[in-house]
Ligand binder design. Sequence first.
Ligand code: ZN
Length: 173
Amino acid sequence: MDEQTEKSPPKQKAVTPGRSIDIYAAQCEKCLKWRKIDTQELYEEIRSKILENPFACEKKEGISCRDAGDLEYDSSRTWVIDKPGLPKTPRGFKRSLVLRKDYSKMDAYYITPTGKKLRTRNEIAAFIDANQDYKNAPLGDFNFTVPKVMEDTIPCGMSGRTPKRSKDGLPID
Ligand SMILES: [Zn+2]
């Protein structure tokens, strides 16, 4: 997903109409099939290193490029594509992403080990400052970069971003 050409990202996540992520997936760099990644933690691990260490089918135990893919990139679910190389969420914290109702974008926030929701870098810094137990959590590992919502996978009737038009009336993207 993280962003190669947009159509064949190194990895991405899929979200349901419930508007939070329900499936994580990574794309094999060789056969381009999508493999389900079982947990957010594992997904974040793969994502954090995907630039140096591209994902491939055989990283899933017992799986090779000869096996059928786990899921297809299509509009049966909404896909969002992460930026490659985003850091893993610091231990004890949870990173959450919620899709806006109009499918225009996702919003990111962190939940602290004490259950507090933090929505900005300043809130994170203040929390770490006030809670010395977590002072080892690297501030740089909190990242609010959100995945790109793939417009060709949003439900009919949901427009997402308003399409921009060039001077001659053709869609720009
Ligand atoms: Zn493969």
